[in-house]
Ligand binder design. Structure first.
Ligand SMILES: [Fe+2]
Length: 250
């Protein structure tokens, strides 16, 4: 689909402010109100319906640690100034350089449903990612079309089995740009995001607590990792839902 609305000057100003922060630091924590304003300007509708779709994800059966605590769906898109095009369903691949635990093979995950792939909330997120990341990319290296992957993740925490959002530890995704957006936290503690530079020095840490709070990451410059989540009340369901968008040169 082509972008449904042309960006406003307010949207341009907000993305420029955030882009400047990422350019300076290699990452940025984005508060919920800021992300809400960005997504609203990009045409966000029906966040509740979008978030509810995290209740219907497939089990990630590739977990080399034997864990059964992660659920997900996945889709690939072509993203350009002209708009969004979903690509045929394809495996997710990370080399072992980037993911020593689960990398090195093509991992097939359940596809994101057609309804969610075309949802105005996802369109708004992708539009915002393009507006942020395309200008951050140096002239001469900016692709005509971005290979973009979208992941819906649910990490569950149970008594006796902590949920590890990033079982591979501190890592890079092996792409150019990453957005991690909190969709929902239910009955979990911890899940703290840390950012390190390429020498392993900590640059910052924060916990995504409220829906829409996000981490924006320059994957070439920094590592990211998230501590395990624990149930607050072990007798009740406990989970952390996030949306991850990555962009790389095709
Ligand atoms: Fe990651």
């Amino acid at each position: 689909m082509s972008w449904s609305r042309s960006p406003s000057s307010a949207f341009d100003a907000m993305t420029t402010t955030l882009s400047d922060a990422v350019a300076a630091d290699g990452f940025s924590f984005v508060e919920a109100a800021t992300m809400q304003a960005l997504l609203d300007a990009a045409g966000l509708r029906d966040w509740q319906g979008f978030a509810a779709s995290w209740g219907d994800l497939g089990l990630d059966s590739y977990m080399a640690d034997g864990g059964r605590y992660r659920r997900r769906r996945h889709a690939a898109f072509a993203l350009s100034a002209a708009g969004i095009r979903r690509k045929p369903h394809q495996p997710h691949y990370q080399s072992r350089d980037y993911n020593p635990l689960n990398g090195g093979l093509e991992r097939w995950f359940e596809p994101i449903t057609e309804a969610i792939a075309a949802h105005p909330a996802l369109e708004a997120v992708l539009k915002t990612c393009f507006a942020l990341f395309d200008p951050l990319t140096p002239d001469g290296t900016r692709p005509e079309v971005w290979h973009t992957e979208v992941h819906q993740f649910r990490v569950e925490a149970r008594a006796g089995e902590t949920g590890r959002p990033t079982p591979e530890g501190m890592h890079r995704d092996g792409v150019d740009w990453v957005l991690v957006m909190l969709v929902r936290r239910e009955n979990v503690s911890s899940g703290t995001t840390s950012i390190h530079d390429l020498a392993g020095r900590p640059l910052g840490s924060f916990t995504l607590r409220h829906p829409l709070e996000s981490a924006v990451v320059d994957d070439a410059r920094v590592f990211h990792g998230v501590t395990p989540v624990e149930p607050v009340d072990p007798a009740q369901p406990a989970f952390r839902d996030v949306l991850v968008v990555t962009m790389r040169r095709a």
